[in-house]
Design a protein around this ligand. Structure first.
Ligand code: C2E
Ligand code: MG
Ligand code: MG
Ligand code: MG
Length: 293
């Protein structure tokens, strides 16, 4: 009978699930190691440029976390952010990312306008988040806080009991700017737009890809641009890969954009040396950089 019980368990956990569970546990173990200061596993932030439509110049960058394993493999966030969210390790991970971002902002000076950092809902919900951010800024008093942008997504905050608006007002009162990430993919985008004190709207890639060939996408983008402008918010188009889409976006007077067309996420040193080498203007078709799987 005992054997039979074991057999049943075999059926419940298929090989597929077994592999997933093993990967999840491995991701979690590596995260713990990295956050505990194990130098074999690190969590660097990579930078992807954000360019101005008017000048073609790089005005800022988004910080995107990576995991470098003991064997030197670079993992994209999709491999470990879900585990971090489930275990709560996203809180120390998010703090680590913010600290690195601020360190680079200070080191690089204001030639690079701003750095945008993703903040997960769970991190935002922590009572300690705003005090931590305030301390970080106080420790870097020379830094203009508006050079730091916090990106939050709408979808993940649905159903949260947190008074998001209040939390965001506290962040804003520190002088830090707020961006709505992946805008348009949630269920209540317009409610979100009117109720959240955002400075920037990041238009999701799904509206941007194929824009040039799709008048309906163009209409939607036009409407969002108009709305954002009326509300005093700026707009960044995400995931721009195609020069035709970029041309269409400029035709619609979209103020800024991010995507492989301008540059992939790159390690900090590479991003900064390319920036200083004068690649701080609109590059096209760059394919170097992000080797993450
Ligand atoms: P996101 O914040 O929407 O970041 C943009 C993602 O789109 C990045 O993927 C970026 O590499 C990718 N991307 C940029 N341009 C293009 C393009 O032209 N085409 C395509 N196909 N993709 C493009 P990445 O780095 O894999 O990050 C995925 C997501 O993981 C991020 O989406 C964000 O939600 C999350 N993430 C990344 N870093 C952090 C972090 O430090 N903390 C938290 N909580 N989440 C993070
Ligand atoms: Mg983002
Ligand atoms: Mg995004
Ligand atoms: Mg996105």
């Amino acid at each position: 009978a005992a054997k039979r019980g074991g057999g049943n368990r075999m059926q419940i956990f298929s090989d597929d699930m077994r592999v997933k569970v093993r990967e999840r546990l491995a991701a979690e173990a590596r995260l713990r190691d990295a956050l505990a200061g194990d130098r074999d596993v690190t969590l660097p932030i990579w930078f992807q440029p954000i360019v101005s439509a008017a000048t073609g110049e790089i005005t800022g960058a988004e910080a995107l976390v990576r995991m470098r394993t003991a064997s030197g493999q670079i993992l994209a966030p999709g491999h470990f952010i879900p585990a971090a969210e489930e275990t709560g390790l996203i809180v120390p991970l998010g703090e680590h990312v913010l600290r690195l971002a601020v360190r680079h902002l200070v080191e690089w000076g204001d030639r690079l306008g701003y750095v945008s950092v993703n903040v997960s809902p769970r991190q935002l919900a922590e009572a300690d988040f705003v005090p931590m951010l305030a301390n970080l800024l106080a420790a870097n008093a020379g830094l203009d806080p508006s050079r730091l942008v916090v990106e939050i997504t709408e979808t993940a905050l649905l159903g949260s009991s947190l008074d998001v608006r209040e939390r965001l007002e506290m962040i804003k009162s520190l002088g830090v700017r707020i961006a709505l990430d992946d805008f348009g993919t949630g269920y209540s985008s317009l409610t979100w737009l009117q109720s959240v004190p955002a400075d920037v709207v990041k238009l999701d890639r799904s509206f941007v890809a194929g824009l040039a060939a799709d008048p309906r996408k163009a209409s939607i983008i036009q409407a969002v641009l108009w709305l954002a402008r009326s509300l005093g918010m700026s707009v960044v188009a995400e995931g721009v890969e195609d020069p035709a889409d970029w041309q269409a976006l400029r035709g619609l007077e979209c103020p800024s954009a991010q995507g492989y067309l301008f540059g992939r996420p790159q390690p900090a040193e590479e991003f900064w040396s390319a920036f200083q080498d004068g690649h701080d203007t609109l590059a096209t078709g760059r394919t170097d950089g992000d080797q993450a799987t």
